[in-house]
Design a protein around this ligand. Structure first.
Ligand code: ADP
Length: 489
């Protein structure tokens, strides 16, 4: 991992760089200003010396060449000053009156004399300071000229070196303090972060952080450990509750399974009972019906009209009872008969269905429309035939008096199921009956023949195929029945 990949290291690096840059900037400014100040003071000093010395050499200069030695003696005072390279007493035209120079190789005289309007004139050239002091004695004009090695560059070098040393020391100090911080703060914090990450990943709340480092870090570790302890306790109680809940759910599921089993058993018994009762009731009913008809035939001359009407009532009631029992039988058969699922060619099934209903269709001139090619589905053929037959016969039965029924059948493939639609242009159903009509014996009008079992059978068949059934309708505007079959059957 690169050393500056973490924010912490980046901040440290930034701090060190800022400190080093500030020190460097301060050092540079100080160096420049001190360098200039030093130059000025060096020049002033030399000018003062030049003034003093020019006063001293003025007397021998005024006495002429016989006193050159006197003047040179005075100039020799510079012998002890190592920085003075040479000193001269010059005539106004630049000719030498007296001279002093330490090193002949560095001895040089100015080519032109400075303007005599200024008493003092200085300049710096090749690291050497040159100063002229103009004087007049007894109407004779002259110059005192001194060359001194400037210490300005030496001072500059010293200052730069000092600044660099300070920068270097602060850099080293910065790195050392960063390492110290790393050891004293970052390492305990990193260990805290590692533990936190482990706790988050493995959810092991029994882990504890080692309490190390300064007081604040130790407090932080303590607080984190306390928090872990609390979470551990809470986790344990949660596990306990979860365990209890699981046990309870298991108990309830078992109870539910037992109840479902008991319900299934009693349901089977009930269906069996309904089947046997309906089956066995058919025989006495048939006897009542046929004997009533025999009675009516045999005594048609002796029975009065009222009695004949009573017998007709009996025959009619027996007929209705027989239909009811027949329908009940088919209802209970739907539940008891085993599902026999196989691929069904839907168009063949609809052909069979319309053929079974041909009398009803012909009677009212009903028009039944469906696509030429319909899918092949996996289903129980007998039950599906009954389902279509019930829905189609209802669409025909509940037609309007004024128009012939038009019935449209369609099938749509959905991701997991088949969606069937059967719409008619019949009398329609009021919205309030949406749930009710799928219940057994529920009829909306007695003006039409029927037992109220047809749609209950449809619902059962659809549910046995893992689907649902519903309708959309408005009174006098026809009805559309929808049902679905699960595809993977
Ligand atoms: P039944 O047809 O023997 O009366 P069903 O269970 O088949 O019994 O139908 C229940 C009731 O739903 C019917 O009595 C009728 O009122 C209403 N119904 C069913 N299908 C239609 C339809 N296509 N149009 C109008 N009403 C309908």
């Amino acid at each position: 991992m690169p050393i500056i990949s973490s924010i912490k290291n980046k901040l440290l690096l930034l701090q060190i760089l800022t400190a080093v840059f500030s020190i460097f900037l301060c050092g540079s400014l100080l160096t420049v200003s001190y360098y200039r100040m030093f130059g000025q003071s060096e020049q002033q000093n030399l000018e003062t010396i030049a003034q003093v010395m020019s006063n001293n050499v003025q007397v021998p200069f005024s006495f002429g060449e016989a006193y050159i030695n006197e003047a040179e003696k005075t100039l020799k005072a510079f012998q002890s000053d190592t920085s003075v390279l040479s000193a001269y007493v010059l005539y106004q035209n630049g000719a030498v009156f007296a001279a002093f120079h330490k090193d002949t190789t560095r001895y040089s005289l100015p080519r032109t004399m400075p303007d005599s309007s200024k008493t003092l004139y200085s300049y710096i050239k090749n690291d050497t300071l040159h100063t002229f002091c103009y004087f007049t004695v007894d109407s004779i004009h002259g110059y005192f000229y001194i060359q001194k090695k400037s210490a300005q560059n030496k001072v500059l070098l010293n200052l730069v070196a000092t600044t660099l040393i300070v920068v270097l020391i602060s850099l080293v100090l910065g790195i050392v303090s960063a390492l110290f911080l790393q050891q004293a703060i970052s390492t305990p914090i990193s260990s805290l972060i590692d533990t936190m990450q482990n706790v988050a990943k493995q959810q092991d709340y029994a882990t504890r952080v080692t309490e190390s480092g300064d007081i604040e870090l130790r407090t932080l570790s303590q607080v984190f450990n306390d928090m872990l302890l609390q979470v551990e306790k809470r986790d344990a109680s949660l596990q306990e509750i979860k365990h209890q809940l699981e046990e309870r759910v298991e108990e309830r599921t078992k109870e539910l399974q037992d109840k479902t089993q008991a319900l299934q058993l009693s349901n089977n018994e009930l269906q069996q009972f309904a089947y046997i009762a309906s089956h066995d009731m058919q025989e006495p009913l048939r006897i009542i019906g046929s004997f009533s008809q025999i009675l009516a035939k045999r005594y048609q001359n002796t029975l009065d009209n009222e009695m004949k009407e009573y017998i007709l009532f009996i025959v009619d009631a027996v007929g209705r009872m027989q239909t009811l029992i027949k329908d009940l039988l088919s209802f209970s058969r739907v539940g008891t008969a085993k599902m026999q699922v196989k691929p069904i060619v839907l168009s063949n099934l609809l052909l069979k269905c319309t053929s079974n209903l041909r009398f009803a269709i012909e009677e009212c001139n009903a028009q039944i429309n469906y696509a030429d090619t319909l899918p092949v589905i996996n289903a129980d053929e007998t039950k599906t035939l009954q389902l279509f037959q019930n829905l189609l016969s209802n669409a025909i039965k509940f037609r309007k008096d004024t128009i012939a029924p038009i019935i449209n059948i369609s099938v749509q493939e959905e991701p997991t199921e088949w969606l069937f639609t059967i719409s008619d242009n019949g009398i329609g159903i009021e919205k309030d009956y949406s749930e009710k009509i799928f219940m057994i014996f529920q009829r909306l009008s007695t003006a039409y023949s029927g037992t109220g079992i047809g749609l209950a059978i449809c619902k059962k068949v659809v549910e046995l195929h893992g689907g649902r059934i519903w309708f959309e309708s408005e009174k006098d505007k026809g009805s559309t029945f929808y049902f679905t079959y699960k595809k993977d059957f």
